[in-house]
Ligand binder design. Structure first.
Ligand code: ZN
Length: 285
């Protein structure tokens, strides 16, 4: 947020402010996913697993490389917080760099990138039934990588010591601990900033504050991914429900989320699992 200025604007302030921005990371040099090939591979695919994430809880699911998975809206509008790990837990989704590469909100054709040093696509988004939403008049859009995940620590700070145990951070921690037989502390250290599936968010123009509004998602909508490497996904059905009013409490109407996993008859034409990043890691030493 911006305070009332203490300092007078210099004479050339308007000139400085009127300079046009440049894109930090032009992605023209990134190899674009061959979406037509990915989508063609869905013909004749077989659904191999399906689960329902209960409201205010999280569940883990395995997706082998070369399979697809869908996160689906069922019963009512509901936001999901997604963590992605390599199956061996050595790689985790890197929300910040994904944002720098693809923008504040993800859709079809965008990738979910792993952190350093591998920095490679973990999953590619191949279908998004909310792609019609675009960017609304408030600057809001869906599937953001700008929020982090609702968590009990921030809630405690902002509510004078309140204790709430079903924030997405805690849900993800419990589900990861159960899936990999980790202690809660071990699992918590691996939980990371999420992809906010179906959540509608942005930054206010006047104060630059993070905002949310009622998700436009409806039962039947889905976001579809192709697993580039062997994945462990963990999905939390956020206690905020459609995130129209508040999270970190039991007051919002919450619904389950569906997860479906599909095995294609054959791999997308020309596809190979992405290699780890080729930087030599010498750091100039
Ligand atoms: Zn949440």
């Amino acid at each position: 947020m911006h305070p009332t200025p203490d300092y007078a604007a210099p004479d050339d302030a308007e000139t400085r402010k009127s300079i046009a921005p440049v894109i930090c990371y032009p992605v023209e040099t990134l190899p674009a996913p061959d979406l037509a090939s990915y989508r063609a591979a869905r013909a004749g695919w077989e659904k191999v697993a399906g689960l329902r994430v209960p409201p205010r809880e999280a569940l883990a699911f395995e997706v082998p490389a070369g399979h697809f998975f869908r996160i689906t809206s069922v019963e009512g509008p509901q936001v999901g917080d997604l963590n992605l790990f390599s199956a061996d837990l050595s790689e985790r989704f890197y929300s910040g760099k994904t944002r720098a590469l693809h923008g504040t909100h993800l859709s079809r054709g965008d990738r979910m990138w792993s952190g350093f040093p591998t920095l490679r696509p973990m999953a590619t988004i191949t279908e998004d039934t909310l792609d019609w939403y675009g960017i609304d008049a408030f600057g809001g859009s869906v599937h953001d990588v700008i929020g982090t995940r609702c968590d009990p620590y921030t809630h405690c700070l902002l509510s004078d010591g309140g204790q709430y145990h079903h924030c997405c951070h805690s849900n993800l921690t419990r589900a990861l601990a159960a899936a990999r037989n980790l202690s809660p502390r071990e699992a918590e250290a691996l939980v990371h900033d999420v992809l906010n599936v179906f959540m509608c968010t942005g930054f206010t123009r006047d104060t630059g504050q993070y905002f949310m509004k009622a998700s436009p998602v409806r039962p039947g909508d889905f976001l579809e991914f192709f697993a580039e490497i062997d994945l462990l996904g963990v999905l939390s059905a956020c206690p905020g429900g459609d995130c129209s009013s508040e999270h970190s409490s039991d007051t919002a109407a919450c619904y389950p989320l569906g997860v479906e996993i599909y095995r294609p008859a054959s791999a997308p034409e020309g596809w190979a699992p992405p290699a780890p990043n080729r930087y030599d890691r010498s750091h100039g030493l």
